[in-house]
Design a protein. Structure first.
Length: 116
């Protein structure tokens, strides 16, 4: 029998969870703290938390919001968006992330180098 894992993803924009609408607009669908708690209570195995516009607007992840989301869930939490330095990674881990996802390479002095 296959092991099935449920890993919801929260797309964050500002203080809200958003959902793309026909790949053009973003619709606010809820509060990150409440939705993370809901997914946790429903048996999610892990949670992905992505600030989907932080890199676009060249701003940092909201570490205070992340801390609020992580406070009452006890499953692995992967965080991404607006992570540009080792300092950002450390802040995300201190705020409750278990793993950090990096996608956009936007600064020549970035301290995490791609492999290869």
């Amino acid at each position: 029998m296959k092991n099935i894992r449920i890993i919801p993803r929260l797309d964050i924009k500002g203080p809200n969870v958003v959902k793309p609408v026909q790949t053009e607009a973003l619709k606010v669908v809820g509060n990150p703290v409440e939705l993370a708690g809901f997914y946790y209570s429903q048996g999610a195995d892990e949670l992905i938390y992505m600030d989907i516009v932080a890199s676009l607007y060249e701003r940092n992840l909201d570490f205070d919001l992340l801390k609020s989301v992580a406070e009452n869930i006890f499953i692995p939490l992967t965080v991404g968006g607006g992570i540009r330095t080792i300092h950002d990674i450390n802040n995300a881990l201190r705020a409750g992330a278990d793993k950090v996802a990096i996608n956009t390479y936007s600064h020549p002095k970035f301290l995490v180098r791609p492999l290869g």
